[in-house]
Ligand binder design. Structure first.
Ligand code: ATP
Ligand code: MG
Length: 414
């Protein structure tokens, strides 16, 4: 399948979005061409259109599992249940279980058995904005949107402006969403209750909902605190996109919990993060819920230099030109930069072992390691661009659109 053929198919699908067979051919061609992420995006739509043939549900589910797409995998499972593909259901359930348990190194149970820990002490978060390199603009936005309303509630009350509601951070993987959420708690001097998807999701009927409710209870017992929902897309998978009753129940519980903010959620600041905002149920974004949405882009050049400085703080090193290095690492995420630093340090350790000395980290180690790390943000940016162009979601992604229009980014993505 040539690129031309695929782009012709893409155009045809854009013109005829409801032509299920055409979309299926596109999805299959993308798989053959190795464009797996793009193919899986098509399968998300196809499942919504009930356009995935029954005998392909397992194959699609396996592909989703192999690519870490839990939400898609779950929706394959639910479709298989609905259409009564018995064997397929078993296999897909097994994949879901495996994926959930592989994500949780140590499974932290938030269920009823954790009830007695509920009132237990959750200590104050120590991470602060100092540990977040660069991102000055985002820090300012968070300060205005989150920290100020929390520290000066009387000001907001006076002008009749609500200070409740949640904040959703979204952007490419590894660019500091989780770190920023933690640091926000630290800046507010509040404890951080991290609700990871693997702590909530449970294959047994009704247990995920109970876990989610327990997480909110735990946070309330420790209020004031920051409750953080990581991978919001998996918790709040767009319900219009598939009819599964199971994930709908989870979405409903989450909506109920969010709507309680301002009443019995007083002192609870809810932050969430996702790198698949297009999969998040619209209902989550209504006023009073996650009504403040912040795009966390890949760090720019000065931010990359700053992040490198933070990451290298405790490493014995020569004089380093971090600005030069940041320049040579376009589109790198914070996580990519961390990989770069770790690989450089590995080289230093290898040398130390070989020579018996204790050489400092030098520019040479860093530039050698740089050749082995590639930026991991490009896939995401390509995907969001096609959502903006083709899925009529432009107004939702204004900040991203502005970012994509900048000259440097346009050049990197073309
Ligand atoms: N601005 C930054 N300053 C310092 N370190 C950073 C920064 N951004 C990212 N990092 C490093 O990269 C790691 C990954 O960042 P983080 O987990 O916050 O990304 P994320 O956006 O939540 O990614 P994901 O979408 O995969 O959950 C952090 O633990 C940190 O070491
Ligand atoms: Mg994260």
């Amino acid at each position: 399948m040539t690129d031309d053929r695929i782009s012709a198919l893409r155009k045809a699908v854009e013109t005829n979005p409801d032509d299920v067979l055409l979309r299926l051919v596109l999805a299959e061609s993308l798989v053959t061409a190795g464009e797996t992420e793009a193919a899986l995006d098509q399968y998300v739509v196809l499942l919504d259109q009930q356009g995935v043939p029954d005998d392909q549900l397992v194959t699609v589910g396996e592909l989703a599992a192999a690519n870490g797409r839990l939400a898609l995998l779950r929706s394959c499972l639910e479709t298989a249940r609905q259409v009564g593909v018995v064997e397929g259901t078993g296999r897909l359930q097994q994949l879901v279980d495996e994926m959930i348990s592989s994500r949780s190194g140590v499974k932290v149970k938030l269920g009823p058995e954790a009830a007695e820990d509920l009132a237990g002490d959750v200590s104050k978060e120590l991470t602060t904005f100092d540990q977040v390199g660069g991102m000055e603009e985002i820090k300012r936005v968070i300060h205005r949107m989150v920290i100020l309303p929390l520290s000066r509630p009387e000001l907001y009350e006076k002008y009749g402006r609500r200070s409740g509601g949640g904040v959703m951070l979204y952007g490419p993987p590894g660019c500091g969403k989780t770190l920023l959420a933690r640091a926000t708690a630290g800046e507010c001097g509040l404890p951080f209750v991290n609700v990871r998807i693997e702590d909530v999701m449970d294959p047994y009927l009704g247990v995920s909902e109970r876990n989610l409710h327990a997480a909110f209870e735990r946070a309330r017992a420790n209020a004031p605190c920051v409750l953080f929902l990581d991978e919001l897309d998996a918790l709040a998978f767009a319900r219009h996109k598939h009819g599964g009753s199971e994930s709908r129940r989870l979405v409903d519980v989450l909506l109920q919990e969010l709507d309680a903010i301002g009443s019995d959620n007083d002192g609870l600041l809810v932050l969430a993060a996702t790198n698949a905002p297009w999969d998040v149920d619209e209902a989550m974004l209504r006023p009073g819920r996650f009504d403040r949405v912040i795009f966390v882009p890949p760090p720019d050049e000065p931010a990359r230099a700053d992040i490198l400085k933070v990451l290298l703080k405790d490493v014995p090193a020569d004089e380093l030109d971090l600005s030069a290095l940041a320049k040579e690492a376009p589109m790198f995420s914070g996580a990519d930069l961390r990989a770069l630093v770790e690989r450089s340090v590995d080289r230093v350790i290898d040398e130390a072992l070989a020579t018996g000395g204790e050489p400092p980290l030098s520019m040479r180690h860093l530039t050698e390691a740089l050749a082995t790390v590639k930026p991991s943000t490009l896939d995401w940016l390509h995907r969001v661009r096609s959502y903006i162009e083709f899925a009529n979601q432009a107004e939702r992604y204004d900040d991203v659109a502005a970012y994509l229009r900048s000259k440097d980014v346009r050049r990197r993505l073309s």
